[in-house]
Ligand binder design. Structure first.
Ligand code: DQA
Length: 146
């Protein structure tokens, strides 16, 4: 059995659809989860999709992805800019890990320019709204094929 692709989401992303739609769009996290599952299935992969507002739970899920997953797609949300614990968890992985953002943090407030996550990821995709997830998925599927 092919191991699933883990797609993990950080704080406040459970509010997508109503949270600052002018920045994050009108799609809900459930819409994104369904689109990811369908897109991955076309390429023969299952997905494990999870959201948490709690930093330690995200660390636990990254560790689980390292043990049970084939790749990781992570939108760490605000923890992108603060979390050494998530950085350290990512550093333990030997599977591809893609950082994604709906918005383009580099175009926003200065505190969003620092990512503790980029330094520990294979690559970053940001600024394409909900489509960032699909682009991230295609990026890891390509990596897994090569
Ligand atoms: C975000 C960008 C972060 O700066 C922000 O804290 C989020 C969402 C994005 O997907 O654009 O919560 O990760």
């Amino acid at each position: 059995m092919t191991k699933p692709i883990y797609i993990l989401n950080g704080p406040n992303l459970n509010l997508l659809g109503t949270r600052e739609p002018e920045i994050y769009g009108s799609e809900t996290l459930a819409d994104i989860e369904a689109a990811c599952a369908e897109s991955a299935k076309e390429h023969g992969y299952n997905t494990v999709f999870h959201q948490s507002n709690i930093e330690g739970e995200i660390v636990d899920m990254i560790q689980e992805a390292g043990q049970k997953g084939s790749a990781l797609i992570l939108n760490p949300a605000a923890y992108t800019h603060t979390s050494v614990a998530i950085h350290d968890a990512l550093k333990t992985l030997d599977i591809p890990a893609i950082e994604i953002h709906l918005s383009q943090p580099a175009k926003r407030e200065s505190f969003r320019r620092r990512s503790f996550v980029s330094e520990a990821c294979t690559g970053t995709i940001s600024g394409f709204g909900a489509n960032s997830y699909d682009l991230g998925l295609h990026a890891v599927i390509n990596l897994l094929k090569t």
